[in-house]
Design a protein around this ligand. Structure first.
Ligand code: SN0
Ligand code: CP
Length: 317
């Protein structure tokens, strides 16, 4: 594995989940793979789970780890080529990236959508420069259009908790005070479309995701209808994707908040969210604290999804 930015990079999903569950049983069995190898994690945005779980996964594999918060302590980086650098940006990404590549064997990158240009975001301008110029295997720790480590952990969790052979999984939009990226729902949809689940997406009009990720999945604008009989409810906010509203908040309608009444429409569904979550916007206190909430084991599986990816990259160095 040279890059991990989307579901296709994992190959056969059933095999990937089987490998994950094997690693979960004995996560220290591959320490030899990472001996004298260094993992560099580059964050352009904040993180708790990704930072901790990915570093833990690297240590499980015997790796040395370095974490760089680009906006805290490193030089302010210019990311656009051709810009006259006479402003407040000290270094260009085109020097910084190959230099980073000198100090590590594998690079993880977090760089959220900036919502200034759909083309800039959906061309994955930042992470693709790491892929092109670092000289190292690169994996996404959430880029502009996807969060494949999260979605892989979500799939592992669904496989662990499902009661039906082909569970109904509902991705529901929920309100949020800020304009959030489409990365998490994009990757979740991408993975669910390749998994053996009955997948439904529900959101208000205007919040349609990129068809590249929806891939013909059923979209239901009536949340109650979508939730009927669900086995898993995956809640997430995202800003509008469709022009001319790219990056905009179109609704903060809290009737879309996942409540006990909403969960009562389901087949005693498990509640999932990638975290961090805005309580009583996305989901009520009662639901996220209920026995049906599996957000903590879901977060714990981030260590495992990262370890599968790092293991496969180490095996191909
Ligand atoms: C894993 C999720 C990361 C990010 N979440 C946020 O930026 C939340 C920010 C906030 O709630 O203020 C997102 O929605 O993509
Ligand atoms: N779910 C997730 O990626 O969390 P962080 O943003 O805290 O890393």
């Amino acid at each position: 594995m040279k890059t991990y930015t989307n579901v296709k990079d994992l190959g056969d999903l059933k095999a990937a989940v089987a490998e994950a569950l094997e690693i979960k049983k004995n996560r220290y069995a591959y320490k030899h793979l990472g001996e004298n190898k260094t993992l560099l994690m580059v964050f352009f945005n904040s993180s708790l789970r990704t930072r901790l779980s990915t570093q833990k996964a690297g240590m499980n594999l015997g790796m040395n780890t370095i974490v760089l918060d680009v906006n805290q302590g490193a030089w302010k980086l210019e990311t656009e080529r051709g810009v006259i650098m006479d402003g407040d940006k000290t270094e260009h990404l085109l020097e910084a990236i190959p230099v980073m590549g000198c100090y590590c064997d594998i690079i993880g990158v977090r760089s959220f959508a900036q919502f200034e240009s759909k083309e800039y975001d959906y061309n994955e301008t930042i992470i693709n420069q790491f892929i092109k110029y670092s000289g190292r295997p690169v994996f996404s720790m959430e880029a502009a259009t996807g969060h494949p480590l999260q979605a892989f952990a979500d799939l592992i969790t669904i496989e662990e908790y499902k009661k039906a052979k082909r569970p109904k999984v509902v991705l529901t939009w929920a309100p949020h005070p800020k304009a959030l990226p489409q990365a998490v729902p994009n990757s979740f949809a991408d993975f669910m479309n390749d998994a053996d689940v009955d997948f439904v997406i529900t959101h208000p009009h205007g919040y349609e995701l990129d068809e590249k990720f929806v891939r013909g999945a059923r979209v239901e604008y009536n949340q109650d209808k979508a939730l009927a009989g669900a086995d898993f409810v995956y809640a997430k906010n995202w800003a509008a994707y469709t022009d001319p509203n790219y990056g905009q908040i179109l609704s903060k309608d809290r009737s879309w908040t996942v409540s006990t009444e909403k969960m009562a429409l389901t087949n005693n569904a498990y509640f999932m969210h990638c975290l961090p979550v805005r309580r009583n916007m996305i989901v009520t206190d009662d639901v996220i604290e209920s026995p049906q909430s599996i957000v903590i084991p879901e977060a714990a599986n981030r260590e495992i999804s990262a370890q599968v990816v790092l293991k496969r990259m180490l095996e191909n160095l």
